[in-house]
Ligand binder design. Structure first.
Ligand code: ATP
Ligand code: MG
Length: 424
Protein backbone atom coordinates (compact mmCIF):
# COMPACT_ATOMS: atom_id res chain seq x y z
CA UNK A 1 0.00 0.00 0.00
CA UNK A 2 1.31 3.46 -0.76
CA UNK A 3 1.90 5.97 2.02
CA UNK A 4 -1.12 8.13 2.82
CA UNK A 5 -0.77 11.85 2.34
CA UNK A 6 -1.37 14.00 5.40
CA UNK A 7 -2.70 17.56 5.69
CA UNK A 8 -0.13 20.36 5.82
CA UNK A 9 1.06 21.00 9.40
CA UNK A 10 -1.05 23.59 11.18
CA UNK A 11 -3.87 23.33 8.64
CA UNK A 12 -6.86 21.47 9.99
CA UNK A 13 -9.85 19.63 8.66
CA UNK A 14 -13.12 20.65 10.20
CA UNK A 15 -15.11 17.44 10.63
CA UNK A 16 -18.89 17.00 10.57
CA UNK A 17 -18.89 16.62 14.36
CA UNK A 18 -17.52 20.19 14.56
CA UNK A 19 -19.08 21.87 11.54
CA UNK A 20 -22.42 22.22 13.29
CA UNK A 21 -20.75 24.30 16.05
CA UNK A 22 -18.99 26.37 13.38
CA UNK A 23 -22.25 26.96 11.57
CA UNK A 24 -23.94 28.05 14.78
CA UNK A 25 -21.09 30.51 15.53
CA UNK A 26 -21.04 31.79 11.96
CA UNK A 27 -24.76 32.37 11.93
CA UNK A 28 -24.57 34.44 15.14
CA UNK A 29 -21.70 36.49 13.66
CA UNK A 30 -23.59 37.12 10.42
CA UNK A 31 -26.83 37.98 12.12
CA UNK A 32 -25.37 40.39 14.65
CA UNK A 33 -23.22 42.16 12.02
CA UNK A 34 -26.18 42.67 9.74
CA UNK A 35 -28.36 43.80 12.65
CA UNK A 36 -25.90 46.65 13.18
CA UNK A 37 -26.06 47.68 9.52
CA UNK A 38 -22.91 45.93 8.23
CA UNK A 39 -22.86 44.26 4.80
CA UNK A 40 -20.73 41.32 3.74
CA UNK A 41 -17.72 41.72 1.46
CA UNK A 42 -15.70 38.79 0.07
CA UNK A 43 -12.08 39.28 -0.94
CA UNK A 44 -9.66 36.88 -2.66
CA UNK A 45 -7.45 34.71 -0.47
CA UNK A 46 -4.32 35.69 -2.42
CA UNK A 47 -3.11 39.29 -2.75
CA UNK A 48 0.01 41.09 -3.91
CA UNK A 49 2.73 40.81 -1.28
CA UNK A 50 3.20 44.59 -1.36
CA UNK A 51 -0.30 45.09 0.09
CA UNK A 52 0.70 43.52 3.41
CA UNK A 53 4.21 44.97 3.53
CA UNK A 54 2.82 48.43 3.08
CA UNK A 55 -0.06 48.12 5.54
CA UNK A 56 0.90 45.79 8.38
CA UNK A 57 4.47 47.12 8.45
CA UNK A 58 7.84 45.68 7.34
CA UNK A 59 9.08 45.08 10.88
CA UNK A 60 6.05 43.37 12.37
CA UNK A 61 6.04 39.67 13.30
CA UNK A 62 3.56 38.91 10.55
CA UNK A 63 5.56 40.41 7.70
CA UNK A 64 8.98 39.47 9.05
CA UNK A 65 8.36 35.80 9.63
CA UNK A 66 4.79 34.61 9.30
CA UNK A 67 3.65 35.19 5.72
CA UNK A 68 3.14 32.50 3.08
CA UNK A 69 4.75 34.30 0.18
CA UNK A 70 5.54 32.78 -3.20
CA UNK A 71 6.20 33.78 -6.78
CA UNK A 72 3.40 33.29 -9.25
CA UNK A 73 4.37 31.56 -12.51
CA UNK A 74 4.91 34.93 -14.11
CA UNK A 75 7.18 36.12 -11.31
CA UNK A 76 4.74 38.31 -9.34
CA UNK A 77 5.17 38.04 -5.59
CA UNK A 78 1.90 36.86 -4.03
CA UNK A 79 0.91 36.20 -0.42
CA UNK A 80 -1.82 34.11 1.20
CA UNK A 81 -3.64 36.73 3.24
CA UNK A 82 -2.50 36.78 6.88
CA UNK A 83 -5.35 39.12 7.89
CA UNK A 84 -8.37 40.79 6.34
CA UNK A 85 -8.18 44.52 7.02
CA UNK A 86 -5.64 45.37 4.30
CA UNK A 87 -7.47 43.30 1.64
CA UNK A 88 -10.76 44.89 2.70
CA UNK A 89 -9.28 48.39 2.34
CA UNK A 90 -7.79 47.42 -1.02
CA UNK A 91 -11.11 46.08 -2.27
CA UNK A 92 -13.14 49.03 -0.98
CA UNK A 93 -10.70 51.48 -2.58
CA UNK A 94 -10.44 49.68 -5.88
CA UNK A 95 -14.21 49.44 -6.25
CA UNK A 96 -14.91 53.05 -5.33
CA UNK A 97 -16.75 52.17 -2.12
CA UNK A 98 -14.91 54.80 -0.11
CA UNK A 99 -15.45 57.78 -2.37
CA UNK A 100 -17.23 60.37 -0.18
CA UNK A 101 -19.22 57.72 1.57
CA UNK A 102 -19.43 55.75 4.71
CA UNK A 103 -19.16 51.96 4.56
CA UNK A 104 -19.85 49.29 7.12
CA UNK A 105 -18.47 45.96 5.97
CA UNK A 106 -17.80 42.49 7.38
CA UNK A 107 -15.95 39.45 6.04
CA UNK A 108 -15.22 35.92 7.14
CA UNK A 109 -12.78 33.31 5.91
CA UNK A 110 -9.39 31.62 6.15
CA UNK A 111 -6.16 33.46 6.97
CA UNK A 112 -2.62 32.08 6.82
CA UNK A 113 0.37 32.62 9.08
CA UNK A 114 3.45 30.46 9.39
CA UNK A 115 3.48 30.23 13.19
CA UNK A 116 4.31 27.39 15.56
CA UNK A 117 1.10 25.34 15.70
CA UNK A 118 -0.36 24.80 19.17
CA UNK A 119 -3.78 24.89 20.80
CA UNK A 120 -5.55 28.00 19.50
CA UNK A 121 -2.75 28.84 17.05
CA UNK A 122 -2.71 27.39 13.56
CA UNK A 123 -1.22 28.09 10.16
CA UNK A 124 -4.58 28.22 8.46
CA UNK A 125 -7.15 29.77 10.76
CA UNK A 126 -10.41 31.62 10.29
CA UNK A 127 -11.31 35.15 11.12
CA UNK A 128 -14.50 37.10 11.20
CA UNK A 129 -13.70 40.78 10.74
CA UNK A 130 -15.63 43.97 10.47
CA UNK A 131 -14.59 47.45 9.27
CA UNK A 132 -16.34 50.82 9.43
CA UNK A 133 -15.02 53.46 7.02
CA UNK A 134 -15.56 57.20 6.85
CA UNK A 135 -16.43 57.93 10.49
CA UNK A 136 -13.85 59.81 12.54
CA UNK A 137 -15.97 60.31 15.66
CA UNK A 138 -15.78 58.13 18.79
CA UNK A 139 -19.41 57.02 18.45
CA UNK A 140 -18.45 54.35 15.92
CA UNK A 141 -15.64 53.09 18.18
CA UNK A 142 -18.17 52.46 20.96
CA UNK A 143 -20.78 51.12 18.52
CA UNK A 144 -18.39 48.49 17.14
CA UNK A 145 -17.17 47.53 20.60
CA UNK A 146 -20.76 47.14 21.76
CA UNK A 147 -21.40 44.91 18.75
CA UNK A 148 -18.58 42.63 19.96
CA UNK A 149 -20.05 42.63 23.47
CA UNK A 150 -23.35 41.48 21.99
CA UNK A 151 -21.61 38.61 20.19
CA UNK A 152 -20.36 37.20 23.50
CA UNK A 153 -23.79 37.63 25.04
CA UNK A 154 -25.47 35.77 22.19
CA UNK A 155 -22.87 33.01 22.29
CA UNK A 156 -23.27 32.71 26.07
CA UNK A 157 -19.63 33.46 26.91
CA UNK A 158 -19.92 37.04 28.18
CA UNK A 159 -19.05 35.92 31.72
CA UNK A 160 -15.75 34.52 30.49
CA UNK A 161 -14.25 37.43 28.56
CA UNK A 162 -12.87 40.82 29.52
CA UNK A 163 -12.39 43.91 27.45
CA UNK A 164 -9.02 45.64 27.50
CA UNK A 165 -8.88 49.15 26.17
CA UNK A 166 -6.18 51.66 25.34
CA UNK A 167 -5.51 54.65 23.16
CA UNK A 168 -2.42 54.97 20.97
CA UNK A 169 -2.96 58.68 20.31
CA UNK A 170 -2.23 60.24 16.94
CA UNK A 171 0.72 59.25 14.77
CA UNK A 172 2.56 62.45 15.72
CA UNK A 173 1.99 61.92 19.44
CA UNK A 174 3.15 58.35 19.13
CA UNK A 175 6.29 59.38 17.25
CA UNK A 176 7.18 61.81 20.05
CA UNK A 177 6.53 59.14 22.66
CA UNK A 178 8.55 56.62 20.72
CA UNK A 179 11.64 58.82 21.00
CA UNK A 180 11.17 59.19 24.75
CA UNK A 181 10.61 55.44 25.16
CA UNK A 182 13.70 54.56 23.12
CA UNK A 183 15.79 56.93 25.25
CA UNK A 184 14.43 55.24 28.40
CA UNK A 185 15.03 51.72 27.04
CA UNK A 186 18.54 52.54 25.84
CA UNK A 187 19.55 53.34 29.41
CA UNK A 188 18.30 49.92 30.51
CA UNK A 189 19.37 47.93 27.51
CA UNK A 190 21.26 45.30 29.53
CA UNK A 191 18.01 44.39 31.35
CA UNK A 192 16.21 43.62 28.07
CA UNK A 193 16.02 40.22 26.36
CA UNK A 194 17.13 39.70 22.76
CA UNK A 195 13.61 40.09 21.37
CA UNK A 196 13.09 43.39 23.16
CA UNK A 197 16.52 44.71 22.14
CA UNK A 198 15.62 44.04 18.54
CA UNK A 199 12.17 45.58 18.94
CA UNK A 200 13.64 48.63 20.63
CA UNK A 201 15.21 49.45 17.27
CA UNK A 202 12.40 48.37 14.98
CA UNK A 203 9.09 48.68 16.82
CA UNK A 204 9.78 49.95 20.36
CA UNK A 205 6.15 50.10 21.51
CA UNK A 206 6.01 46.32 21.20
CA UNK A 207 8.54 46.09 24.04
CA UNK A 208 5.71 47.28 26.31
CA UNK A 209 3.71 44.09 25.82
CA UNK A 210 6.64 41.73 26.32
CA UNK A 211 5.59 38.68 28.34
CA UNK A 212 9.03 38.43 29.97
CA UNK A 213 8.87 39.44 33.69
CA UNK A 214 12.46 40.74 33.57
CA UNK A 215 11.54 43.09 30.73
CA UNK A 216 8.41 44.20 32.59
CA UNK A 217 10.65 44.92 35.61
CA UNK A 218 12.88 47.08 33.42
CA UNK A 219 9.82 49.00 32.24
CA UNK A 220 8.92 50.28 35.72
CA UNK A 221 8.96 54.07 35.56
CA UNK A 222 8.89 54.16 31.75
CA UNK A 223 7.27 57.21 30.15
CA UNK A 224 3.57 56.83 29.47
CA UNK A 225 2.05 57.30 26.06
CA UNK A 226 -1.00 59.09 27.45
CA UNK A 227 1.24 61.85 28.81
CA UNK A 228 1.96 62.77 25.20
CA UNK A 229 -1.67 63.11 24.13
CA UNK A 230 -3.06 66.43 22.95
CA UNK A 231 -6.61 67.60 23.74
CA UNK A 232 -8.18 65.88 20.74
CA UNK A 233 -6.80 62.44 21.51
CA UNK A 234 -7.72 62.79 25.17
CA UNK A 235 -11.26 63.84 24.33
CA UNK A 236 -11.73 61.08 21.75
CA UNK A 237 -10.73 58.41 24.24
CA UNK A 238 -12.80 59.95 27.04
CA UNK A 239 -15.82 59.87 24.74
CA UNK A 240 -15.31 56.20 23.94
CA UNK A 241 -15.06 55.37 27.65
CA UNK A 242 -18.11 57.48 28.50
CA UNK A 243 -20.19 55.74 25.87
CA UNK A 244 -19.13 52.27 27.01
CA UNK A 245 -19.89 53.26 30.61
CA UNK A 246 -23.37 54.38 29.68
CA UNK A 247 -24.00 51.07 27.89
CA UNK A 248 -22.80 49.15 30.95
CA UNK A 249 -19.88 47.59 29.05
CA UNK A 250 -17.06 47.01 31.50
CA UNK A 251 -13.43 47.38 30.46
CA UNK A 252 -9.95 47.48 31.89
CA UNK A 253 -7.62 50.25 30.83
CA UNK A 254 -4.35 48.68 29.75
CA UNK A 255 -1.68 51.14 28.68
CA UNK A 256 0.56 48.28 27.58
CA UNK A 257 -1.89 47.22 24.89
CA UNK A 258 -0.19 48.28 21.65
CA UNK A 259 -1.23 45.65 19.05
CA UNK A 260 1.20 43.98 16.70
CA UNK A 261 0.20 45.76 13.52
CA UNK A 262 1.52 49.17 12.53
CA UNK A 263 -1.60 50.80 11.24
CA UNK A 264 -3.50 51.53 14.45
CA UNK A 265 -4.02 54.94 16.04
CA UNK A 266 -6.24 56.20 18.88
CA UNK A 267 -8.60 53.51 20.27
CA UNK A 268 -7.35 49.91 20.42
CA UNK A 269 -9.01 47.01 22.20
CA UNK A 270 -8.78 43.29 22.83
CA UNK A 271 -11.18 40.78 24.30
CA UNK A 272 -9.31 38.21 26.35
CA UNK A 273 -10.24 35.04 28.20
CA UNK A 274 -8.49 32.93 30.79
CA UNK A 275 -10.23 29.77 29.57
CA UNK A 276 -7.90 29.11 26.62
CA UNK A 277 -4.47 29.06 28.25
CA UNK A 278 -1.74 31.01 26.48
CA UNK A 279 -3.80 31.87 23.40
CA UNK A 280 -6.15 34.10 25.38
CA UNK A 281 -7.01 36.82 22.87
CA UNK A 282 -10.18 36.04 20.99
CA UNK A 283 -10.82 39.39 19.33
CA UNK A 284 -8.73 42.48 18.65
CA UNK A 285 -9.08 45.73 16.80
CA UNK A 286 -9.09 49.48 16.81
CA UNK A 287 -8.91 52.66 14.80
CA UNK A 288 -6.74 53.04 11.71
CA UNK A 289 -7.28 56.50 10.28
CA UNK A 290 -4.14 56.52 8.13
CA UNK A 291 -4.42 53.13 6.44
CA UNK A 292 -6.68 53.95 3.50
CA UNK A 293 -4.42 56.82 2.44
CA UNK A 294 -1.32 54.73 3.06
CA UNK A 295 -2.71 52.21 0.55
CA UNK A 296 -3.26 54.88 -2.08
CA UNK A 297 -6.85 55.95 -1.34
CA UNK A 298 -8.27 59.27 -0.31
CA UNK A 299 -7.74 59.91 3.41
CA UNK A 300 -10.58 58.00 5.13
CA UNK A 301 -10.87 57.11 8.80
CA UNK A 302 -11.44 53.45 9.70
CA UNK A 303 -12.34 51.36 12.71
CA UNK A 304 -12.52 47.57 12.85
CA UNK A 305 -11.65 44.29 14.50
CA UNK A 306 -11.02 40.64 13.76
CA UNK A 307 -11.83 37.61 15.86
CA UNK A 308 -10.48 34.08 15.66
CA UNK A 309 -13.22 31.56 15.01
CA UNK A 310 -11.15 28.53 16.13
CA UNK A 311 -10.59 30.16 19.52
CA UNK A 312 -14.31 30.87 19.86
CA UNK A 313 -15.18 27.27 18.98
CA UNK A 314 -12.56 25.97 21.45
CA UNK A 315 -13.99 28.21 24.12
CA UNK A 316 -17.58 27.18 23.47
CA UNK A 317 -16.57 23.53 23.55
CA UNK A 318 -14.51 23.76 26.74
CA UNK A 319 -17.25 25.74 28.48
CA UNK A 320 -19.81 23.20 27.23
CA UNK A 321 -21.85 25.90 25.57
CA UNK A 322 -22.70 23.72 22.60
CA UNK A 323 -25.86 22.03 23.87
CA UNK A 324 -28.13 24.31 21.88
CA UNK A 325 -26.51 23.29 18.59
CA UNK A 326 -29.07 21.64 16.33
CA UNK A 327 -28.26 18.06 15.29
CA UNK A 328 -27.57 17.32 11.62
CA UNK A 329 -30.85 15.43 11.24
CA UNK A 330 -34.30 16.18 12.69
CA UNK A 331 -36.22 13.17 11.42
CA UNK A 332 -35.09 9.80 10.03
CA UNK A 333 -37.34 7.98 7.58
CA UNK A 334 -37.37 4.20 7.93
CA UNK A 335 -38.95 2.19 5.13
CA UNK A 336 -39.60 -1.53 5.40
CA UNK A 337 -40.02 -3.67 2.32
CA UNK A 338 -39.37 -3.11 -1.39
CA UNK A 339 -43.04 -2.47 -2.07
CA UNK A 340 -43.16 0.70 0.05
CA UNK A 341 -39.95 2.34 -1.13
CA UNK A 342 -41.25 4.27 -4.13
CA UNK A 343 -44.13 5.66 -2.10
CA UNK A 344 -41.80 6.53 0.75
CA UNK A 345 -39.57 8.63 -1.48
CA UNK A 346 -42.60 10.40 -2.93
CA UNK A 347 -43.90 11.16 0.55
CA UNK A 348 -40.52 12.46 1.67
CA UNK A 349 -40.45 14.91 -1.25
CA UNK A 350 -43.97 16.11 -0.40
CA UNK A 351 -42.97 16.68 3.21
CA UNK A 352 -39.82 18.51 2.13
CA UNK A 353 -42.00 20.77 -0.02
CA UNK A 354 -44.25 21.44 2.96
CA UNK A 355 -41.50 22.00 5.55
CA UNK A 356 -38.38 23.18 3.69
CA UNK A 357 -36.38 23.86 6.87
CA UNK A 358 -36.79 20.37 8.28
CA UNK A 359 -33.80 18.06 8.03
CA UNK A 360 -35.33 14.80 6.91
CA UNK A 361 -32.99 11.94 6.15
CA UNK A 362 -34.28 8.99 4.11
CA UNK A 363 -32.81 5.63 4.94
CA UNK A 364 -30.83 4.23 2.00
CA UNK A 365 -29.35 0.79 1.56
CA UNK A 366 -32.23 -1.41 2.74
CA UNK A 367 -32.11 -3.75 5.73
CA UNK A 368 -34.44 -4.82 8.49
CA UNK A 369 -36.06 -2.75 11.22
CA UNK A 370 -33.22 -3.28 13.66
CA UNK A 371 -30.58 -2.07 11.26
CA UNK A 372 -32.58 0.97 10.19
CA UNK A 373 -33.41 1.90 13.80
CA UNK A 374 -29.72 1.77 14.65
CA UNK A 375 -28.98 4.26 11.87
CA UNK A 376 -31.85 6.46 12.98
CA UNK A 377 -30.46 6.58 16.51
CA UNK A 378 -26.96 7.36 15.30
CA UNK A 379 -28.18 10.18 13.08
CA UNK A 380 -29.10 12.27 16.12
CA UNK A 381 -32.69 12.64 14.85
CA UNK A 382 -35.45 13.31 17.34
CA UNK A 383 -37.94 11.00 15.65
CA UNK A 384 -38.01 7.96 13.40
CA UNK A 385 -40.83 7.93 10.83
CA UNK A 386 -41.64 4.33 9.93
CA UNK A 387 -43.43 3.17 6.81
CA UNK A 388 -44.19 -0.55 6.37
CA UNK A 389 -46.72 -2.40 4.23
CA UNK A 390 -49.51 -2.14 6.82
CA UNK A 391 -48.92 1.55 7.28
CA UNK A 392 -48.98 2.17 3.55
CA UNK A 393 -52.32 0.45 3.27
CA UNK A 394 -53.74 2.66 6.02
CA UNK A 395 -52.07 5.81 4.64
CA UNK A 396 -50.34 6.28 7.98
CA UNK A 397 -46.83 6.20 9.41
CA UNK A 398 -45.61 5.12 12.82
CA UNK A 399 -43.69 7.75 14.75
CA UNK A 400 -41.08 6.63 17.24
CA UNK A 401 -39.61 9.28 19.51
CA UNK A 402 -35.88 8.69 19.85
CA UNK A 403 -35.20 11.22 22.62
CA UNK A 404 -37.40 11.83 25.65
CA UNK A 405 -40.35 9.84 26.95
CA UNK A 406 -43.07 10.29 24.31
CA UNK A 407 -45.04 7.13 23.41
CA UNK A 408 -44.94 5.74 19.88
CA UNK A 409 -47.90 6.98 17.80
CA UNK A 410 -49.60 6.55 14.48
CA UNK A 411 -49.99 9.58 12.17
CA UNK A 412 -51.89 10.11 8.91
CA UNK A 413 -49.58 11.08 6.00
CA UNK A 414 -51.01 14.59 5.84
CA UNK A 415 -50.34 15.17 9.56
CA UNK A 416 -46.62 14.51 9.22
CA UNK A 417 -45.73 18.11 8.16
CA UNK A 418 -47.24 19.39 11.43
CA UNK A 419 -44.96 17.11 13.37
CA UNK A 420 -41.90 18.09 11.29
CA UNK A 421 -42.63 21.79 11.89
CA UNK A 422 -42.37 21.16 15.61
CA UNK A 423 -38.93 19.57 15.30
CA UNK A 424 -37.22 22.60 13.77
P1 ATP B 1 -1.82 36.63 19.03
O1 ATP B 1 -1.36 37.66 20.01
O2 ATP B 1 -2.62 35.54 19.66
O3 ATP B 1 -0.73 36.13 18.14
P2 ATP B 1 -2.50 38.54 16.99
O4 ATP B 1 -2.33 39.85 17.67
O5 ATP B 1 -1.44 38.03 16.10
O6 ATP B 1 -2.86 37.40 18.09
P3 ATP B 1 -4.57 39.52 15.24
O7 ATP B 1 -3.69 39.68 14.08
O8 ATP B 1 -5.03 40.71 15.95
O9 ATP B 1 -3.90 38.50 16.27
O10 ATP B 1 -5.81 38.63 14.84
C1 ATP B 1 -7.08 38.72 15.49
C2 ATP B 1 -7.50 37.40 16.10
O11 ATP B 1 -7.29 36.31 15.21
C3 ATP B 1 -6.71 37.00 17.34
O12 ATP B 1 -7.22 37.66 18.47
C4 ATP B 1 -6.96 35.52 17.40
O13 ATP B 1 -8.22 35.23 17.97
C5 ATP B 1 -6.98 35.13 15.94
N1 ATP B 1 -5.67 34.59 15.50
C6 ATP B 1 -4.55 35.27 15.17
N2 ATP B 1 -3.57 34.44 14.79
C7 ATP B 1 -4.08 33.18 14.89
C8 ATP B 1 -3.57 31.86 14.61
N3 ATP B 1 -2.34 31.67 14.16
N4 ATP B 1 -4.39 30.80 14.83
C9 ATP B 1 -5.66 30.97 15.29
N5 ATP B 1 -6.20 32.18 15.55
C10 ATP B 1 -5.43 33.27 15.35
MG1 MG C 1 0.16 36.70 16.34
Amino acid sequence: MSKTIQAVRGMNDCLPSETNIWQMVESVLRRVASNYGFAEIRMPIVESTALFKRSIGEVTDIVEKEMYTFDDRNGDSLTLRPEGTAPCVRAANQNGLLYNQEQRLWYMGPMFRHERPQKGRYRQFHQFGLEAFGIATPDIDAEVISLTARLWKELGINEHVTLELNSLGSNEERAEYRDALVAFLTEREEQLDEDSKRRMLTNPLRVLDSKNPAVQEALVGAPRLSDYFGEESKEHFAQVCRRLDSLGIEYELNDKLVRGLDYYNRTVFEWVTSSLGAQGTICAGGRYDGLVEQLGGKSTPGFGFALGIERLVLMLTSLEKVNNVRPQVDAYFIMLGDSVELSAYQLAEQWRDAVPDCRLQNHCGGGNMKKQMKRADKSGAQVAIILGENELQEQKVTIKYLRGQNEQESLAFDQVPNLLEKLI
